[in-house]
Design a protein around this ligand. Structure first.
Ligand SMILES: Cc1cc2nc3c(=O)[nH]c(=O)nc-3n(C[C@H](O)[C@H](O)[C@H](O)COP(=O)(O)OP(=O)(O)OC[C@H]3O[C@@H](n4cnc5c(N)ncnc54)[C@H](O)[C@@H]3O)c2cc1C
Length: 299
């Protein structure tokens, strides 16, 4: 019989910073090959678990499952989580996906609403589908009680939310529906995280609020990503990156230095761990984990 992964409350309850890595499903076979090369290095950092994102409208569904299945085959002891969004799926289709994810060895689901399809501004649930992540959390809790559930939190407030207070209210509802942990949207100013964590505590949210960090490796790319997700880049970071012009290695060094400083301060100030958005590359995250000796033994 397969060994059951620890519950998320146990993973985050050991008083040690918990490292997790987030991958995305590559579009091509070449991308898959490259990902599995980088995965070897990432696994050496002993993360507590690895997650794989789920593309808009389920467009990457098969690839997401393939990535998770392959991680399980190569590293059977490594707990995994599949991201899942409500976009374009009925309740039955969501159930069907979760069953397949469990067969692929997944222990946890990152339960999300997802974004409206490109060109649309408001989220429309699919026929027979769900409108908010909260409903997906409830479905998983009711029908797949053995799975851990992670939800998304937004230190700088979700771009569609009418106010910070309302967004927090909605986050609390996701937690009350049964989420075990919150992973945050990426941010570059730790003050945003600390204020968010305090607001969560004031609202009575007691599950771990895990900071999500994306080490910048390229200024053009990060400007596009942060604009998309409504995160601000600090002026100091932008200035430092810009100094390097087209020098990729220079920009990489700045990004790693900034993320390492962020991670160090976050851990010192009691963050439960760091969730690294690694964008299928290992070098930045591995450097930071080594430099700060951030390793979470799998067992
Ligand atoms: C850690 C993390 C991982 C992610 N992974 C993926 C991924 O794999 N694939 C992908 O496509 N996207 C992913 N995203 C992006 C995410 O899908 C978008 O940010 C999306 O716009 C919101 O999803 P959510 O789960 O936070 O939604 P929700 O929690 O449902 O919130 C969406 C909006 O609705 C509001 N709201 C919530 N509940 C209610 C309610 N009951 N009444 C009224 N308003 C309400 C909220 O305030 C918010 O503005 C990820 C984001 C994060 C932070």
């Amino acid at each position: 019989m397969e060994q059951q992964a620890l519950k998320l409350s146990e993973v985050y309850g050991q008083g040690k910073p918990v490292i997790s890595f987030e991958l995305f499903p590559p579009k091509t076979d070449g991308g898959m090959e490259s990902l599995f090369e980088h995965l070897k290095e990432l696994v050496r950092c002993k993360p507590a678990f690895i997650t794989c994102t789920y593309g808009a409208g389920g467009s990457t569904r098969e690839r997401t499952l393939e990535v998770l299945r392959s991680i399980h085959a190569a590293h059977p002891k490594m707990p995994t989580a599949s991201h899942l969004t409500c976009v374009g799926s009925s309740r039955d289709e969501l159930r069907g996906y979760i069953r397949r994810a469990v067969e692929a060895g997944v222990d946890r689901i990152v339960a999300l609403r997802g974004d409206p399809p490109q060109g649309e501004t408001a989220f429309q649930p699919a026929a027979g589908g769900l409108s908010y992540a909260e409903e997906l959390v409830r479905l998983i809790r009711d029908e797949f009680p053995a799975l851990g559930v992670i939800v998304a939190g937004y230190p700088e407030t979700h771009p569609e939310a009418p106010s910070m207070a309302k967004d927090l209210e909605h986050l609390k509802r996701k937690v009350d529906a049964g989420a075990d942990a919150i992973v945050t949207q990426l941010f570059y100013d730790n003050g945003d995280y600390f204020r968010f964590r305090d607001r969560c505590a004031d609202a009575g949210i007691t599950v771990p609020v895990v900071p999500g960090l994306l080490p910048v490796t390229n200024l053009t790319q990060i400007k596009r990503i942060t604009e998309m997700c409504g995160t601000h880049l600090t002026q100091k970071l932008v200035r430092r990156l810009a100094v390097h012009g087209d020098d990729d290695e220079g920009q990489f060094s700045v990004g790693v230095y900034h993320a390492a400083r962020q991670a160090e301060e976050l851990i010192e100030q009691g963050a439960p761990g760091i969730h690294f958005y690694v964008l299928n590359k290992s070098r930045a995250a591995a450097l930071i984990c080594r430099a700060l000796a951030l390793f979470t033994p799998v067992e």
